[in-house]
Design a protein around this ligand. Structure first.
Ligand SMILES: *Cc1c(COP(=O)(O)O)cnc(C)c1O
Length: 233
């Protein structure tokens, strides 16, 4: 595992350089695992980063981004999306059910579907908005009490509710492993849950472990600090 936390990214050149290094590392991991390079995309996590930093990443060719706070995304993204309609934005943080309409308007993908109440709100508002949301179920692979996500044992029934009763299409599963555990076992668990339940995509892996995730089947990795340097908060 390589740590990039000390990398500088206070200008466009740093961000472009970090992106190309991470892409190269990702390609190596995919190649080592016998996977095609198109099998896993890089999601640039731009939380706490300025619009200028995001625009620098777009200028360097980055097309998919993640934000973890609705309000922050609302402040930054409408203007960026107007200039770059092809760029995809993913919600990777907690979502309140009373914020679903705004979230569906701003985000192309919601990766943090984690409870029945939220699933019901999304289903109802998607109909009203005429939207077909792209959704990932967040799985609490470490069964941490303070962490969001469906527990692994509940994945089949929650999928049944979403797909059956609510008519939602579930694109993938997402996890954030516990800080103090080997992430590989959590990535392997998420891959197994997806395989057993007929779910196609896997969002897993961050700056410190995205190469491990790519080897274990990730179809997207969420990388923030390694691209934009360490966050202050
Ligand atoms: C911040 C964040 C990331 C990126 O973490 P880094 O360690 O900065 O790469 C990935 N996923 C989620 C859900 C996050 O909140």
């Amino acid at each position: 595992m390589t740590s990039h936390l000390t990398q500088k990214a206070d200008n466009k050149a740093d961000i472009a350089k970090n992106l190309s290094q991470i892409t190269a590392q990702l390609m190596t991991a995919l190649h080592d695992a016998g996977r095609a390079t198109a099998d896993c995309i890089l999601v640039a996590v731009s939380k706490t980063k300025s619009s200028d930093q995001i625009r620098a990443a777009i200028a360097a060719g980055q097309m998919v981004f993640g934000e973890n706070k609705l309000q922050e995304a609302e402040d930054k993204w409408p203007a960026i999306k107007e200039d770059h309609p092809g760029v995809e934005l993913r919600m990777i943080g907690p979502l309140q059910s009373n914020k679903v309409r705004k979230a569906l308007q701003l985000f192309d993908v919601i990766e943090t579907l984690d409870r029945p109440k939220l699933a019901r709100a999304i289903a109802r508002i998607a109909v009203e908005e005429g939207a077909v949301p792209r959704l990932y179920i967040q799985v609490n692979t470490g069964e941490e009490p303070q962490k969001a996500g469906v527990s692994p044992a509940d994945v089949p029934s929650f999928l049944g509710l979403c797909r059956g009763d609510l008519g939602l299409k579930i694109e993938g599963l997402m996890c954030i492993p516990p800080h103090d555990e080997e992430p590989a076992m959590h990535f392997a668990l998420l891959e197994k849950l997806a395989r057993e339940n007929g779910v196609e995509k896997l969002s897993m892996g961050m700056s410190g472990d995205f190469d491990t995730a790519a080897r274990l089947g990730a179809t997207s990795v969420r990388v923030g600090s390694a691209i934009f340097a360490a966050r202050l908060a």
